[in-house]
Design a protein around this ligand. Sequence first.
Ligand SMILES: Cc1cc2nc3c(=O)[nH]c(=O)nc-3n(C[C@H](O)[C@H](O)[C@H](O)COP(=O)(O)O)c2cc1C
Length: 326
Amino acid sequence: MADLAVKYMGLQLKSPLIVGSSGLTNTPEEIRKCEEAGAGAVILKSIFEEQIHSEVNQEMQTANFDMHPEAAEYIQGMTRDRSVSKYLSLISDSKKAVNIPVIASVNCVSAGGWIDFARKLEEAGADGIELNVYIFDIDHRDDSKEIEERYLHILKAVKSQVKIPVALKISSQFTNLASIVRRLEFDGVDAVVMFNRFLHNDINLDKMKVTPGHGISSPDEFMVPLRWIGLLSHETRCDLCGSTGVHTGEQAVKLILAGAKAVQVTSALYLHKIDYLKELNAQISGWLDKNGHKSVNDIRGKLCGKDPSIAKIFSRFQYMKYLLER
Ligand SMILES: Cc1cc2nc3c(=O)[nH]c(=O)nc-3n(C[C@H](O)[C@H](O)[C@H](O)COP(=O)(O)O)c2cc1C
């Protein structure tokens, strides 16, 4: 049977499949189930920068960031339920419960007062840190370049605190993804997770209300990371991890062919339960065996933009061709 082992962020994984940050990785028991089902690693449920701030500052009023009072109240509530010390215990207890890498996750927007906390994550035993940088700026006076700089500031600040590897989970919505990935790489990022999935909104016409969008992805969404990993993997030295819309082992194989080092799965596990990981791993090794490949590492990047004809298909050319032929 084909070898599924990969190295991601310098960590040895027995499968390229990582359980994405979510409620599926919120207790040591759940994490043990992930390991038993064949996960290569887990990303813990995120702790929010605002939660850390809130505890650091004791009272939200003294926190050095702007926040709507309702949001502050909500975060205070979350913090009560899920304190910083609980998060550190989650790391140390999970490390005792499993042998697979346990990667902590911080959802953040700045390199502010929470940065020292990164060291505590390392001290608690985290094998790595994934930063979900979610900057949602709607102020027209803010400069795009300055916003991009914030990603780099956060990365550099965290890297200065820890020795464990650091990944950034980013959105696909940058004017020039190639440039931001290159700059993150230059500043020492160990991996870039492509991509974070925003929760969109909808409008309920009967109730005339704006409603939260669907939290679960659809398989079609994997084409966005497929394209970008396909375009960037050959010219990127840090690891790229595919995330969003992966619901089958074949999709994971496609991302690896495009150049991904590892692949995160979340929605599919909510839909089919954790044991579905066994099926996903079997689909990956089944495809490798059927096509005569000995390992996942043998196929990585075989269909990426290094080949100009593939780059053409992943890029604007395909769009022009499609429209001109119709
Ligand atoms: C219920 C749920 C909770 C999630 N919680 C987090 C979180 O705490 N931190 C985070 O970075 N991403 C979180 N995510 C996003 C996932 O990690 C993942 O990026 C996203 O769902 C896209 O991957 P998928 O298509 O495999 O679901 C969550 C997703 C779901 C469905």
